[in-house]
Ligand binder design. Structure first.
Ligand SMILES: [Zn+2]
Length: 87
């Protein structure tokens, strides 16, 4: 059983992790193109890695999906608790 991460700021359980300076092997990348009739051009969501064999990143930052607070430190503590049992 896994307890969900809870944002210390707003109590939400969903979060996004942003990795920068990545060294990615065997990746599948997806990019979404949306037609913008006002600009008469496509807008892109940017390239998203949907799967990869391995990812090494210089820096990882986590953000709450609800209030967008930087929750990197709180999430690191949560992950320690999950791997370290009831400690
Ligand atoms: Zn939050």
């Amino acid at each position: 059983m896994v307890a969900p991460f809870t944002c210390p700021h707003c109590g939400a359980h969903d979060y996004n992790v942003v990795l920068t300076g990545c060294d990615v092997a065997g990746a599948t990348v997806e990019e979404e193109f949306l037609w913008d009739p006002t600009a008469a051009d496509y807008t892109s969501s940017g390239a998203l890695i949907v799967d990869s064999a391995s990812v090494e990143a210089e820096k990882a930052q986590a953000f709450c999906a609800q209030c967008e607070t930087d929750i990197s430190e709180a999430l690191a503590r949560y992950e320690e608790q999950q791997s370290g049992g009831s400690a």
